[in-house]
Each structure stands twice: as C-alpha cells, then as structure tokens.
Design a protein. Sequence first.
Length: 348
Amino acid sequence: MSKKGRMAQSILVLVSTMSFAVTGCQQNQRIQTDRDVLRVGVVTYTQDDPFINALTDKLKEDLKAMSTKDVKVIASVKNGDNDQKNQDETIEEMIDAGCDVLCVNLVDRTAPAKIIRLARQDDIPIVFFNREPVKEDLMQWEYLYYVGCKAEQSGVMQGETAAEYIKNHPEVDKNQDGKIQYVLLEGEAGHQDTISRTDYSVRTVLEAGISLEKLSYQFADWNRGQAENRMNRLISQYGEGIELILSNNDEMALGAVEAYRKAGYEPSQRPVIFGIDGLDDALEAIEAGEMQGTVYNDKEDQALQIAKLAFEVFKGEQQVRKELKEGRYYVSQYQQVDSSNVEEFLDR
C-alpha cells in the first residue's frame, strides 16, 4: 500500500473510532440517522448551591424514568463555575458533542444571548430554569422555555409566615419596645430573586401591622458560610438585640443558626429565623425549633416539568407546551412551611 493509502486508511479508522465514542452527550446527533436516544445537557450556574444540586438530582431521576423501549434518555450535567463566559463555553461544547435539548440554569439571567444564538444555529431547544431570562430574550425563538417560580410569591409567603408567628408569640419582642429589630440576609447583589424576596418579605410584615426597625442588611451570596461570617459580626455588635432574621434562602438562614449555636446562645436567646427553599437541613431545623419557618420551593414539581418539556420537544409533541403561559412559561407554586406542617415536607 502506498504512503498516501496508508494515511487515508489511518484517518478513516480515527474518524470511525471518534464517531462511536459515546458518553452522555458525546455523539453528534446531527450525523445520526435514527432518533432512539435523547441526549439532554444540563448546565447549572455552580456546583455549590444545595438547592440547585437537589433539583438537578431529581431532574436526572425523572429523565432516566422517561426512557422507553423506543427512546433512551441520557443526561449529562455540568456547571458554569459561577462565570457566564465559562458557562457559554461549556454549552458550546455540549452542542458540539451532540446534545438534543439543553436545560440551563443561567449564571447571569441578563446574558443568555450567546447561548441562544448557538442553540438556535443548531436547532437545540433550551429549557431555562430557576433563573429567568428577561422576556425579550425568551421570545427570540419558539424553542425557548422557562420553568421556575415567581420570586415575589416567596417573599410574600415568608412575610406572612413571619408576621403570623410574631403575632402569636409576643415574646419575640424581647425588649418590649413595640418594634421588632431585624436583620435581612440577602442573596446576590442585583439578582432578581434577591430584590423581590427582600422587598416583598419586609413589605408583607409591615402590611400585617407589625412595626419593624432595620438593624442591618447583609449580602451573603446565597452561601451558608458567608452568612455565618456576617452574623458573627452582627452578634458581636447587637447581641440579643436582634429579634428577627429574614433570609433570602435557607442556606443563609442556616448560617445564622450556626453562628448563634457557636456563640453559645440558647434557643430562647436567639431571634426567630425564616428562610426560603425548603432544604432538608432547614426543615430539620424547623422541627428542632432552631428556625421558625421557610417557603418550600417545589424542586420535585420543577424537575418533572423540565424533564417533560425536554422529552416533548424532542418527540415533537405539544401536550405539555400547550399548557405553558404565553407558550413559554411554567410557573411552580411556593408553599409555606412552619412547625405545624413541617413533617409533611420532611416525608417527601
């Protein structure tokens, strides 16, 4: 065989080997002649968010359960390392590897332009979740969807739960001055959920007729450790003068619980603490009396709807999509949790 012939044969072997190296989304669907495998690429904003991790685990379970004798579903999960550029590059790799549908939890909800352009070029539908793109972006193409909740609802419910507790427990006002001195732990600066949860929770408590006195607002980026550090400083400054903590999520609320625990405060000396998300650790803290309430962010419902949408757009069906608001949105409902019903949520 000539040198040129041997080179051509080597190239053919290499191409054939690459074509059959299939793991997750690693076979290019565009060169397949059949549609018996649905490859779903799931990309989160970070690997360090317990709620997102729990939702993603449930999503993988639901996708796996949708496999049939005709269609096998394979999910590949990666994260953007809290950097939009990194997330863009990860998604581009997934598209090149042959994913059929993308499920994306954006790093920056205002910056999905490159992701949408790449997916549209290759006809890859996207189901955004948890972090809602602005409407103008979501309406760019008919195969863009969003699954999530309305952040203002969680703020209202947190405020309602806190207000009801305070009315039923006058001992919350430890100094008996007729006002509740409070701290608010905020998520990410400028984040949609941070703004809505902060605004609506405080407003709802005030509208319930409870007087509030703000001691401090602290950003802790949704993170338990950061919240604990912020609370350590506030405990040193105010001691037992903090009567209420409203937290934009459970992770930060649990950071506050840990700060008081390590500072040696008995539960009766601590402020009442309310979070959002319904994490298992938070539900257990409510059961133990270390937190007084949370708002359940229904990850089971959202994961199932994401999975259904991914499967349906792949199959070209319309049953789920015809029920979407404006043909784009699935809005899951939050649920209030306190000591009266926490066991119901723990049983899930």
